[in-house]
Design a protein around this ligand. Structure first.
Ligand code: SAH
Length: 238
């Protein structure tokens, strides 16, 4: 049987220059590139991943979007990925080099995980190519250390309560909160009450990048999906 190979390729957080050389070489050699994106309620398609790849002059004929509607629940998303996997399998059986990309790192809260289990179960030949996660870029953007010496770092993929944040801030020198949009209001009040230093960054690495360390600015901002917040004692150094 002819068989291809599958590559899970990390695109980095947003700056097309923060793609690794290994990722770029893999994208250039690919026969097919599957990329994630979203569809708004009005039907508008958007893909952060596609924007990261576009300046690299890749053949658009080999690109295939996986678009998730914002209204989709976990089961519907699973169903969509199950259909996409059938297409991937077909490509693989034709002997194609199939790339599935993900923004940030490929193994860190990545949508690639939806396909990984199916890839394992079918014993397909595959490789994963690491990349820079968004919170790592935040350190360089704001020019501060994310961690030093014996510092411990907690990354919260979502915040369930302010009590949880309070606890993490006691146990870890650096706390990163991702997928921020749901908890913004309460966090701002918490920051004020506890006079905390924080860094907020959205769409890091893109031409729409916005950062602030001011709670007044944050309070008046609509928080997009691609945003994160970091607390630690080095933020005020900048
Ligand atoms: N694989 C990604 C994480 C995907 S989960 C990584 O390694 O970084 C999606 C969350 O990542 C978003 O809700 C946001 O909190 C964060 N994120 C990803 N890209 C970002 C960017 N360019 N700027 C700010 N936050 C980002």
């Amino acid at each position: 049987m002819v068989k291809g190979k599958i590559y899970g390729v990390a695109l980095g957080p947003g700056d097309p220059d923060l793609l690794t050389l290994k990722a770029l070489k893999c994208l250039q050699k690919a026969d097919r590139i599957y990329y994630p994106g979203s569809v708004s309620p009005s039907g508008e398609k958007n893909s952060h991943s596609l924007k990261i790849m576009s300046p690299h002059g890749l053949d658009t004929d080999k690109m295939q979007g996986i678009f998730i509607k914002m209204s989709m629940d976990r089961n519907q998303t699973e169903e969509l990925y199950s259909q996409v996997f059938q297409d991937i399998l077909e490509d693989y059986r034709k002997g194609l080099k199939v790339v599935i990309v993900s923004e940030g790192d490929i193994a860190f809260y990545s949508t690639f995980a939806y396909l990984l289990e199916r890839i394992y179960c079918n014993e397909l030949d595959f490789e994963m190519i690491a990349g820079i996660p968004a919170f790592i870029l935040a350190g360089s953007v704001h020019r501060f250390p994310l961690a030093l010496q014996s510092d411990k770092v907690a990354v919260l993929a979502q915040l369930n309560s302010l009590e949880e944040l309070e606890k993490r801030l006691k146990d870890f020198e650096t706390v990163v909160i991702m997928k921020l949009s749901t908890v913004k209001g309460e966090i701002c009040q918490f920051i004020r009450e506890n006079k905390l230093d924080f860094f907020y960054g959205e769409r890091l690495g893109t031409d729409q990048q916005y950062t602030t360390t001011s709670v007044e600015e944050l309070e008046n901002r609509r928080i997009p999906y691609f945003s994160l917040m970091i607390f630690n004692k080095y933020i005020h150094l900048n």
